[in-house]
Write a protein of this length. Sequence first.
Length: 337
Amino acid sequence: MSRHWLTLAFGSVVLSSSAFGAGIGINPGGIRFPDGSFQATAAKPPLPPGMAWVATSGGAYSSPVDAMTHLSDWCEPGSNARCTLLIAPGTYELPQDQQLLMHQGVDIVGMGMESTQIVGHVGGATPGENSALILGAAEATLRDITVVNQGVDNAANVTAIYNKHWAFSIVRVKVYVGLWANSADTYGIVNEGALDVTFEDVTINSSNVSGSSSKKCFGIWNKGNGKLEINYARVLAMGCDDDNTAIQNTESILRLVNVSAEAQFAGSFRAFAVWNTQGTITILDSTLKSTYRSLGIGSASDTIINTQLDGAIIDAFPSPSTQCRGTYDGNLVKVDC
């Protein structure tokens, strides 16, 4: 099975494509081909089948939406193999209400969180498909990119990424969602009813940017019998008048490892770093900080290990139902759940 190694001056990204038995490394320097030859260049190289470039100039497409709309032109229809859409450095601002729809088995990969940015203006009546800038897909990965949803005026909900499909992954992604427009509620990432979903190395900021009256700022919401694992994340929710929750888990399974979750409230209402309602949550080696509640436990099967709880705790199912080991506050004083 052949392998393709490409090294570009766009930063460090590692791609894999089972479509061609290919492993593609993107690092500073140039392009290294399978025969060992090396080409020092910052240009966008020719790609094997099943891959396409989006670039502000010189790519096959100038918009990621156009590339996904014409997916059959570069990704074999009905193939069980994976395809990859590469997005060159730059800011890609989409027209109002335009969404980026991912497809099963098709990865979208930027050239780094600081290099490639997708900006949109989408809002809807609910924190679901209609309010999201990017819609996830089964067996697909969104990687090495920044996503910004600035919303639309008077939208009830503004969501950066929404997913309802199994085995969706987000890796090395920054998410900003805020009330630039006169909207009500903001959500960074919503995972609804999807199993085996993973987030790794994500930064999420859900906030009231405009300073206008607003209701809810949510970083991540895992709900509807979803199963989500998050490894290494920094999640902030702040500035909303009603509810600021960094991570919400509702009737789902959630595992957090090395996660920093922080919530700050602007009005007289609540703020939770992590809030679990009728779900199962496991937290390891993390930091939860809030001006109101660092942790809200609303189920009888939660486990928290080696975690800082900087802020009050509300526990409807105290020990022995909730298992806490090595938990402490901001002053390193032992905390019992």
